[in-house]
Design a protein around this ligand. Structure first.
Ligand SMILES: C[S@@+](CC[C@H](N)C(=O)[O-])C[C@H]1O[C@@H](n2cnc3c(N)ncnc32)[C@H](O)[C@@H]1O
Length: 457
């Protein structure tokens, strides 16, 4: 008997109470299994391997907070903090321990005893199994509120900014009108027999996927066309130009004899392209296979517009676009400022950027690492846009910006923890945070993007 079944046997299901607004139909008397996903069997979970020889102890937890990683927070009877996935603040749940440390516990909710008002039925049958989404059980407006709270919390705890400061500085997260079908880029695993899917959460085990609800409809069409038919590929990458209708499907697909790329299911797929195009705010970009591009086109348009607005709000002559990718920001800034310098280490993105920035003769492209090329740059930038990977900035990059004559920094971050760490360095170096604007690039997931504006004091 699996732990989930065992728990349900030990703890008879209780009808959710506590102000439940009826948006999620909870049949009487059982809470449907879909409300809380089945836990991944502990012995197969990489993180839980340490626990294989220990008995798994289910615990009852009352959740009072929400933390980075999309986990609700409560306390165990011995006072240790418990991080519970698939739960919500205000809930009482039975959770299966997946990691038992001296100072904290990690656990997965397996039964909801008291549901929060904002709990909804996750619409995806793979929720909790594929691991791509962590928050489908939360009503979308609440997701935005919780993620905004995580930004405030990280700035306070890691960045050591006061609670009053972070409340004043961090704006409510900008959400999507329709938070489904937004991902323009998915990478699937393909089995020898042609089955296409993802890896099961926390394991190396394959799981077939027939539809991903956060993927763009065209990604799902390509998935459907490739499902069970693909030969000699171990991975399938689908990238879609939502505003151009263009696409890149890699690798070049071969279909099994007798199972052609069928029209029957509606999708004709050409594959093996080396690049595709996408447009943001009317500007078209060429993007090649290895190059990064924002995965949410709708929100990327808002993100780029917000960055451009923040740069142009000060009189900027020279703007550095650091971690520039294919020139996403630079191509929309170059028209308005005297000189743009892009810095990007990826040669593939550099080739794209060269083409994307061709219309402008006021752009200098540097192919190299920001930490090597930004220090001592002349002439000094007036404004620096930085959009680093999740790891954030090398301390030398902050030092270089502090030592320059830059008056404003626009910091686009996809990790509030490293953002908070770097903002403290900027603050100690003489910059003040003007505002932090979270924007939801990844609805239903724990991921958080922020645009922070800093000005020299
Ligand atoms: C989050 S992406 C942002 C790209 C671009 N700003 C956009 O919005 O499309 C980060 C980019 O930084 C590049 N990168 C990562 N580390 C770097 C480094 N140390 N120096 C220069 N570029 C780097 C990556 O290749 C990637 O293109």
């Amino acid at each position: 008997m699996g732990i989930g079944m065992w728990l349900r046997a030990c703890y008879p299901p209780v009808r959710a109470g506590g102000g439940y607004d009826g948006r999620m139909p909870i049949p009487t008397p059982a809470i449907p299994a879909a409300v809380v996903p089945e836990p991944v069997p502990a012995a197969r979970s990489r993180r839980a391997k340490r626990l294989v020889n220990r008995p798994l102890v289910p615990i009852e937890v009352t959740l009072t907070g929400f933390a980075a990683g999309g986990k609700a927070v409560g306390h165990a009877a011995d006072g240790r903090v418990v991080f519970v996935e698939y739960a919500l603040p205000g809930e009482r749940v039975i959770a299966e321990i997946t990691d038992d440390r001296p100072s904290f516990i990690e656990a997965t909710a397996v039964l909801v005893l008291e549901a929060a008002e904002d709990r909804v039925a996750p619409p995806c049958g793979y929720f909790g199994k594929c691991g791509g989404c962590q928050l489908q059980h939360v009503a979308y407006p609440k997701q935005l509120e919780l993620k905004t709270g995580v930004v405030r919390d990280q700035l306070h705890r890691i960045g050591r900014f006061s609670e009053e400061e972070v409340h004043a500085l961090v704006r409510p997260m900008i959400g999507m009108d329709d938070p489904w079908g937004y991902r323009n880029h998915n990478r699937f695993t393909v089995r020898r027999d042609g089955e296409v899917g993802f890896m099961q959460r926390g394991t190396h085990r394959f799981m077939r996927i027939d539809e991903c609800l956060i993927a763009h409809p065209r990604v799902n069409e390509v998935l459907e066309a490739a499902q069970d038919r693909t030969m000699q590929a171990r991975q399938l990458t689908v990238r879609v130009g939502v505003n151009t209708g263009d696409e890149m499907v890699q690798p070049r697909l071969q279909f099994r004899p007798g199972r052609p790329n069928q029209e029957k299911r509606g999708a004709r797929v050409t594959s093996g392209q080396t690049h595709y195009t996408e447009a943001l705010n009317g500007v078209t970009y060429r993007i090649s296979g290895p190059a990064f591009f924002q995965v949410n086109t709708v929100q990327a348009e808002r993100l780029v517009a917000a960055v451009v607005e923040r740069v142009l709000a000060v009189k900027a002559g020279v703007v550095v676009d650091a971690y520039a990718g294919v020139g996403t920001f630079a191509a929309q800034l170059a028209h308005f400022v005297k000189h743009v310098v892009t810095i990007e280490e990826s040669a593939a993105a550099g080739v794209d950027a060269e083409m994307n920035l061709k219309p402008y003769d006021n752009v200098t492209r540097i192919v190299g690492k920001v930490e090597d090329t930004l220090p001592g740059m002349t002439p000094s930038p007036d404004v620096v846009v930085i959009d680093p990977p999740r790891s954030g900035l090398f301390p030398g990059v902050v030092e270089a910006i502090v030592a320059s004559e830059a008056r404003r920094v626009v910091y686009v971050s996809c990790d509030p923890a490293t953002l908070a760490r770097d903002l403290r360095l900027f603050a100690d170096g003489g910059f003040a945070i003007t505002e932090v604007q979270p924007i939801d690039m990844f609805p239903h997931t724990q991921h958080i993007e922020c645009i922070t504006t800093l000005d020299r004091r």
